[in-house]
Design a protein around this ligand. Structure first.
Ligand code: PMP
Length: 462
């Protein structure tokens, strides 16, 4: 890339702007890709180049990048007021409507909704509620949280501690003490030679129970999991996994926290990832799809026993000492209500199932022609394609070859935005995508894969 002129947006970005999840040195060399606008499933960069955004940004814009009704809902909310809050008994009226709507559509009976702004705030809120729940029931030593290798739960300190990805811990001295990690239920790479799936599931449950017994069940508050791991590489747990895990957790009075930040709102081909994977959580965190990310808003649904614990905590007149300035922000709430109305009108679950099946069938056909696809996996419109050196033996590429990063660069050059997670290529397009959009992704994916396969060195084994 030629050196950009000193006052260009590219040069100023390198000078003034610290990017999330980006290598600063590589950024200084490459400069930014500046996106200017979006239209449906497409975005356009500052040179006018068009891309299919097959990641919906960051698993976010389920209704695409320019939905007129969401823009109107935000503008109308701003006409009433630019801000109001939910502290000390106050609330915008629409926030009540959204709470009621989420409880009605959520997977937890008799739930209440709590609002925040980001996914990290929502997952951390669940941890604090779990602590309250146990403390009020006379079990204040139940504090530890178990999450899983390759899970992602956010970037704030507790949320990052719950992540099972080394990059979220390395330079930060995390995880905090008391944040433990158990095995990832990866049916592709997890089973040992000769181990069938039911034996694999039993081993995962046994290993979780061994950890609980070693730590002491009286020290463990909660277990948190994404129904389908997103950022860890789109990992769909094997059938029977959550029932087996939850049986262990219930036996030891450990709460089950569902992280639906990516999976929620139809993404997996059901309204909730919990339904797709047979999870029965005590609380769930949601964000992203709740407003198609047109406004930062997140929420937690909490079960009745947790509400009862909060009520008991407040019996002496104390308040619930937790809250974000923007919890229940009226503009986010208005956008979320409109997003949910659009989901209902388009029958988002059925539509996602149809489009997901088309994407999956197309990718399976491409994989069958390719010599470097190990597995196509996922649910609904949340799909991962794992690239490998040898599909027959599942042998991974030498990491130095950076196969995933090569695919990413080649895809961008072809006008396709994907997400490389190691050598797994993530696809998570806006749920409003139609047949033509799916076919456009498939054609760009096919071309990119052929280029990557052709350009990788012949001796590519790890
Ligand atoms: N949970 C999951 C499953 C996520 O994928 C993310 C973000 N990608 C988060 C939590 C954190 O959300 P946020 O970045 O809004 O804090």
């Amino acid at each position: 890339m030629p050196t950009p002129p000193p006052n260009s947006a590219e040069a100023r970005d390198v000078l003034f702007h610290l990017h999330s999840q980006t290598n600063a040195q590589a950024h200084a060399e490459r400069g930014p890709l500046i996106m200017e606008r979006g239209e449906g499933i497409h975005v356009f960069d500052s040179h006018g180049r068009k891309y299919v955004e097959a990641m919906a940004g960051l698993w976010c814009t389920s209704l695409g990048f320019s939905h007129a009704r969401l823009k109107r809902a935000a503008a109308e909310a701003y006409d009433r007021f630019g801000f109001y809050h939910t502290f000390n008994h106050k609330t915008p009226a629409a926030t009540i409507d959204l709470a009621e709507r989420l409880v009605a559509m959520g997977p937890i009976p008799e739930a209440q909704a709590y609002f925040a702004t980001s996914g990290s705030e929502a997952t951390e809120t669940m941890v604090k509620l779990a602590w309250v729940y146990h403390a009020v029931r006379g079990k204040p030593t139940k504090r530890k949280v178990i999450s899983r290798d390759r899970g992602f739960h956010g970037s704030t300190i507790v949320a990052a501690s719950m992540c099972g990805l080394p990059r979220m811990h390395r330079e930060f001295g995390l995880p905090l003490p008391g944040f433990l990690h158990t095995l990832c239920p990866d049916p592709y790479r997890g089973p040992q030679p000769g181990e069938d799936i039911s034996a694999f599931v039993a081993r995962l449950a046994d290993s979780l129970e061994a950890m609980i017994l070693e730590e002491g069940a009286d020290t463990i508050a909660a277990f948190i999991a994404e129904p389908i791991n997103a950022g860890g590489g789109i990992i769909v747990p094997p059938a029977g996994y959550f029932p087996a895990i939850e049986a262990v957790l219930r036996r030891h009075d450990i709460l089950v926290l569902g992280d639906e930040v990516v999976c929620g709102f139809g993404r997996t081909g059901e309204m909730w990832g919990a339904t797709t994977t047979g999870m029965t959580p005590d609380m769930i965190a949601m964000a992203k799809g709740i407003s198609s990310s047109y406004f930062p808003i997140s929420a937690v649904l909490l079960s009745k026993p947790i509400q009862d614990a909060l009520a008991r905590m407040n019996e002496g007149g104390e308040i619930f000492g937790h809250g974000f300035t923007n919890s229940g922000h009226p503009v986010g709430v208005a956008v979320a209500l409109e997003t949910l109305a659009v989901y209902r009108e388009m029958d988002v679950v059925a539509h996602t199932q149809r489009m997901g099946a088309r994407l999956r069938a197309g990718l399976d056909a491409i994989a069958a022609r390719s010599g470097i696809v190990g597995q196509v996996r996922g649910a609904g419109l949340m799909i991962g394609v794992e690239l490998v050196a040898d599909p027959a033996t599942k042998t991974a590429f030498d990491p130095a070859l950076k196969a995933g990063a090569r695919f990413d660069a080649a895809a961008l050059a072809n006008g396709l935005v994907i997400r490389p997670m190691g050598d797994t290529i993530g696809l998570c397009p806006p749920l409003i995508i139609d047949e033509a959009g799916i076919d456009e992704i498939l054609s760009l994916f096919d071309r990119t894969l052929a280029e990557v396969e052709r350009d990788l060195p012949k001796s590519r084994l790890a």
